[in-house]
Design a protein around this ligand. Structure first.
Ligand code: GLY
Length: 322
């Protein structure tokens, strides 16, 4: 052993949901601006040596704090008008998964998931998450925004007949009511300068769901990482769970398939079953990949040379990699 650790070029990909098209170019530009600002901030931290799990948490916090996205502030309301959020963190090195399910009144659910990384009990649901908040002395926080409340009030008039809430909080969505439902959630996958991978995902759920419904985001199906690859998913949670999407892609990569092909194969299979979701991933060899069966995937990445995104990807099932 020389004692000299080698430098890996960090890679970072984040998403702000997948679903039906944004209502206008202004919406896409605003989403791109938000995603790129977060990529820039966290990529600099990665260059100064921040580890993958901490970088994943920081990205999730920034995405949770942006009211545009369906996680943390700006989360969608459930059928009873309450906000319940779920988040998970998976450290690819330790292969530890931790998360919270249906947590309320917390600003950054990902911080609870981060704390649980070192706990014997690593996934807590509603009352357990609330107890943990009390233990950590986190202040109560109301993540409700005006647009999400208006969206819920309109949906209530229609007796909640949409499958999911809008992918992002858009004023046009509320005034025009998009005909097609959207699917929000935020997520991140990181490869740090030590070659370590982590994945984080956070969501307000699919919106208008019945009380007690459990999202994929705090299950390995929606957020999974090991030493070879990491994946974060977004879209209809039931579809993600039934495909076991994140581990499906990660294990295919672990078994030797390049990440790009693991995405291609998994999305071809999902297309046959008319699934509605998207996913982002990174492999230990530095490959960044993303894919979707939904109309749009709001993903953006930093590969060390440039930032780019998936916002202009065509409709229909597609995968891509760099
Ligand atoms: N993927 C987010 C949810 O279905 O809850």
């Amino acid at each position: 052993m020389s004692g000299i650790s080698s430098f890996t070029q960090p890679k970072l990909i984040i998403h702000g949901g997948a679903g039906s098209s944004l209502k206008g170019k202004e919406g896409a530009d605003a989403v791109r601006k938000s995603l790129y600002a977060i990529l820039s901030e966290v990529y600099d931290l990665l260059l100064s040596g921040l580890d993958a799990a901490s970088a994943a948490v920081r990205c999730c916090e920034l995405l949770e704090d942006d009211p545009r996205f369906n996680a943390g502030t700006g989360s969608v309301l459930q059928s009873d008008g309450q906000i319940r959020m779920s988040a998970a963190l998976m450290n690819g090195v330790s292969q530890r998964f931790s998360g919270v399910i249906n947590a309320s009144r917390v600003k950054n659910p990902i911080q609870l998931a981060q704390f649980l990384q070192d706990s014997d009990d690593r996934v807590l649901s509603d009352i357990g998450a609330q107890e943990l908040m009390r233990e950590l002395q986190l202040p109560y926080y109301d993540p409700l925004t005006k647009i999400r409340l208006q969206e819920w009030l309109l949906e209530r008039e229609g007796n909640f007949d949409r499958a999911m809430a809008g992918v992002v909080a858009e004023r046009e969505l509320v005034t025009e009511m998009a005909s097609e439902a959207g699917r929000g959630t935020i997520g991140v996958v990181v490869l740090d300068s030590q070659g370590q991978i982590a994945a984080g995902t956070s969501t307000g759920g699919k919106g208008f769901e019945r009380i007690g419904r459990v999202s994929d985001s705090a299950m390995p199906a929606g957020n999974y990482a090991n030493a070879r690859a990491g994946v974060s998913c977004t879209g209809i949670g039931e579809h993600i769970i039934e495909e076991c999407l994140a581990p499906r892609i990660v294990i295919r990569t672990t078994d030797g398939l390049p990440l790009s092909q693991a995405f291609e194969r998994s999305f071809q299979e999902a297309d046959l079953r008319q699934r509605d979701f998207g996913a982002i991933g990174i492999a230990a060899d530095g490959t960044i990949a993303w894919g979707k069966t939904s109309e749009v995937l709001l993903a953006a990445y930093h590969d060390g040379e440039k930032m780019a995104d998936s916002l202009e990807m065509g409709t229909g099932t597609q995968t891509s990699s760099v």
